[in-house]
Design a protein around this ligand. Sequence first.
Ligand SMILES: Nc1nc2c(ncn2[C@@H]2O[C@H](COP(=O)(O)OP(=O)(O)O)[C@@H](O)[C@H]2O)c(=O)[nH]1
Ligand SMILES: [Mg+2]
Length: 282
Amino acid sequence: MENNNITKINWYPGHMAKAKRQMEEQLKLVDIIIELRDARIPQASSNPELAKMANNKPRLIILNKADLADQNESLLWKNSFEHCLLVNSIDDNLTKIVVNEVKLILKDKLEKAKARGIRKKVLRAMIVGIPNVGKSTLINNIVKKKAAKAENRPGVTKALQWIRINEDVELLDTPGVLWPRIEDPNNGMLLALIGSINDEVLDTRELVDYGLKYLVKEYPGYINQRYGVDEDCDNLLETIGKNKLWLSSNNEVDIAKTISLVLKDIRSNKIGRVTWQKYVGE
Ligand SMILES: Nc1nc2c(ncn2[C@@H]2O[C@H](COP(=O)(O)OP(=O)(O)O)[C@@H](O)[C@H]2O)c(=O)[nH]1
Ligand SMILES: [Mg+2]
């Protein structure tokens, strides 16, 4: 894989280190971390550094964009995590669902506070995740218009804005951005397939071949249904281009166009609901 461009990106420049330190400071202030991941790649859309930064804080994993993923796989993944919700941040109504889950996870903490005479403990949460998993969409969904901004907290270098979701829970108004894990070429490939990494930085032919091979193996019939081709043929990509008449002026298959249109179909789920990283058990 030495020629794989994905591995050449330096994802850890100085400003990342600074952002990481800042996030660590913010994480200290919360009772629970809401980690957003993409349901189509539940592991590759996480960053293992978070577990270290989280320092044993309770963590709710939200598998977002569940509307785009394979439902059976999503359930397997969901059940593999201690605390997990499967959501569509665009269409679901998530305020109550998330608040209730947070309260359930922090039930002991709430009871202890009550026993110590604190009548109304407000739970603080922060959303974190790699770019494009839907952090802003989820915050807007949870917060909606009725939410009022809570006061700034003293003692924090940069005043943080907490948004009161309801009487029990408040949320940091800006999410923590984790860097994607693309040093591992396979993760890079998966992130690129769902459109989290820009096309310019990778070999799109390699990417589309990977995607097609996976679909033929794991979702037989999808490619045939979309493009009307025999999935077992040699040169699947060329056959798709030929069948769809994606040709260049000399009447040969326009490979660049075919790559780009198939990738577009994959990313916009025209091919179907797909989980690109299957759950393989313990
Ligand atoms: N299909 C689908 N798209 C989503 C969902 N949540 C977010 N998106 C889309 O994903 C893209 C990235 O979302 P955004 O909230 O900006 O991600 P952020 O970078 O993590 O803040 C946007 O185009 C959203 O509309 C979801 O649950 N389902
Ligand atoms: Mg955002």
